[in-house]
Write a protein that binds this ligand. Structure first.
Ligand code: KG4
Length: 340
């Protein structure tokens, strides 16, 4: 089954063609980073306008790269939640028109489920059930993936996502936007024990997390250094920050995976590209006798291939969007809350 998929939930416009939920025939991503860099963060209205300009071209490019025509498309999948509402709406509106024009089914896909499905591209042997850590710019979640379309949220951040913590730290340190990848690169030559940064502890759920305290700790370090005329060692601070984020995410994800007893732990999302987190997760999972599945680096960040792959399984489960499909800014990946 050939799916044309569209992703526009934040600052990447993406279109892809995938086959049977596992094979990527094409994957086009148009990053808006140059547009938002000057503001140090995503400007929602600019993101929406840029999606409008890019989406049609990217879909044509995705079809051409896949070597297929419009008539070969069996279904259209689209991210419909969560994300910046104006941005998600662009993809949803375009996908509704495309499905109608092609006379093919429309498949609404939850963005986080898409991130999880990035693992299916690289790991043909990976099938639910498994535990999955999803860490991105907007979410930090530990999931029980009971089946392809049956999710349970085991833990989540109570405040900021891990990616937000990296991005804010990078901004205050003048490293650039988005900061996660730059902090990761700087950390390679740094000493992770140099700056003592807090690890969150939250009451009530052992798998829940918090990153706002860590974010504030880095902001305070930067402000205090500026006021006292001292300079911070950026590689050391980057390494200390990566270690702190990694400790928080990895300990909880590994603990949850062990408790579930499936023997499998997957990781996905933009922050899953972090080399410290990937290494720590692999080490910790190995020590616990878990098999680790790391989403490939090129599919960690937002892309449409992952939406097409999850879309295939949503299609098999009977999920269809009608012409009244809406976009949603927030929604849990837990199936009990998914609406169409
Ligand atoms: O998954 P994604 O592209 O967008 C969302 O769905 O939110 O994730 C973007 C986030 C940003 O916060 C970015 O700084 C972070 O992923 N990121 C990283 C790395 N590469 C991207 N964070 C840490 N280390 C990286 N190598």
């Amino acid at each position: 089954m050939i799916i044309l998929s569209i992703e526009s939930s934040c600052d990447e416009t993406a279109a892809a063609v995938t086959e049977n939920g596992r094979r990527v025939l094409s994957n086009e991503v148009n990053s808006q980073i140059p547009i938002h860099t000057v503001y140090g963060g995503v400007v929602p209205e600019l993101a929406s306008r840029s999606h409008i300009r890019a989406v049609q071209k990217l879909c044509d490019l995705a079809l051409a790269d896949a070597g297929i025509g419009r008539g070969d498309v069996d279904a259209v999948a689209v991210t419909y939640a969560p994300g910046l509402i104006g941005a998600v709406l662009v993809g949803v509106s375009f996908a509704k028109s495309a499905a109608l024009a092609l006379g093919k089914p429309l498949i609404p896909v939850h963005h986080i489920r898409g991130h999880v499905a990035a693992n299916y591209i690289a790991w043909p042997e990976l099938e639910p059930p498994f535990a999955c850590l999803v860490a991105s710019g907007g979410s930090s979640l530990i999931l029980d993936v009971r089946d392809y379309t049956d999710y349970r949220v085991l833990g989540s951040t109570r405040d900021d996502a891990a990616g937000e913590c990296f991005d804010k730290a990078a901004r205050v340190l003048g490293i650039g936007y988005p900061g996660g990848a730059q902090i990761d690169a700087l950390a390679r030559t740094g000493d992770p024990d140099r700056y003592p940064l807090p690890r969150s502890r939250v009451e009530g759920n052992p798998y829940d997390m918090s990153f706002s305290g860590l974010k504030t700790a880095v902001v305070n370090l930067a402000h205090n250094a500026r006021q006292s005329g001292q300079s911070l060692d950026l590689p050391d601070l980057a390494a200390s920050l990566c270690r702190a984020v990694s400790d928080t995410l990895v300990s909880r994800a590994a603990e949850a995976a062990s408790a579930l007893g499936y023997g499998k732990l997957a990781v996905a999302g933009g922050v899953a590209a972090n080399s410290v987190i990937r290494a720590a997760l692999t080490r910790e999972a190995e020590a616990r006798g878990l098999r680790t599945f790391l989403a490939p680096l090129e599919y960690c960040g937002d892309n449409a291939a992952m939406i097409g792959c999850q879309g295939y399984y949503e299609y098999l489960a009977g999920v269809r969007g009608s012409s009244s499909l809406n976009a949603y800014a927030t929604m849990s990946p837990d199936s009990r809350f998914c609406r169409f």
